[in-house]
Design a protein around this ligand. Structure first.
Ligand code: ZN
Ligand code: ZN
Length: 132
C-alpha cells in the first residue's frame, strides 16, 4: 500500500505527533528509525507542506533551530533554560488577549490576527538543581 512518498509523509506526521515540539533534525532522527533512507530535505519538504496546509505549527526561537508541532492553534509556550524543554502553556484567558489586541489597535492601529508567545524561565526540577 502507498508509495514511498506517502509512507514518508505518514511517518513524519506521526513523529510530529509523538515528539514534544521537535526540531526538524529530531523528526528526521525519529523517522530514520523505521525508514532508514529518509533525507533531512524530505523532512523539511513535508513539514513545509503541512505548514501550508495548516496541519502543523512552527515556533521560531531566537538563536535556536525552529521547532514544530502538529497543530497551528495559537497558544503560549514556556521554555526552561536549564533543560531546554519547551512546553505548551494553557491559552491565556480570552479577555487578556482581547485587551492586548485592542490596545495595539487603539494605540498604533495594528490589527492582530494571531500571536506567538514564549515565556523564558526555569522549571521546578532545574531550579532544585541550581538552588538545592
Ligand atoms: Zn528544566
Ligand atoms: Zn505548542
Amino acid at each position: 500500500m502507498g508509495n514511498n512518498f506517502s509512507i514518508q509523509k505518514k511517518l513524519i506526521a506521526e513523529a510530529l505527533q509523538r515528539l514534544d515540539h521537535p526540531t526538524a533534525a529530531e523528526i528526521h532522527q525519529e523517522v530514520a528509525k523505521t525508514y532508514a533512507g529518509i533525507s533531512l530535505g524530505t523532512v523539511y519538504r513535508n513539514i513545509n507542506h503541512m505548514l501550508e496546509a495548516g496541519t502543523a505549527g512552527r515556533l521560531v526561537l531566537p538563536g535556536e533551530p525552529d521547532r514544530f508541532e502538529s497543530h497551528n492553534q495559537p497558544h503560549a509556550h514556556i521554555l526552561c533554560s536549564g533543560c531546554d524543554r519547551l512546553r505548551d502553556f494553557e491559552p491565556l484567558p480570552d479577555e487578556t488577549l482581547r485587551a492586548i489586541s485592542q490596545r495595539l489597535t487603539e494605540q498604533i492601529e495594528f490589527y492582530v490576527n494571531t500571536y506567538s508567545l514564549v515565556f523564558f524561565g526555569m522549571c521546578t526540577e532545574c531550579r532544585k538543581k541550581t538552588n538545592p
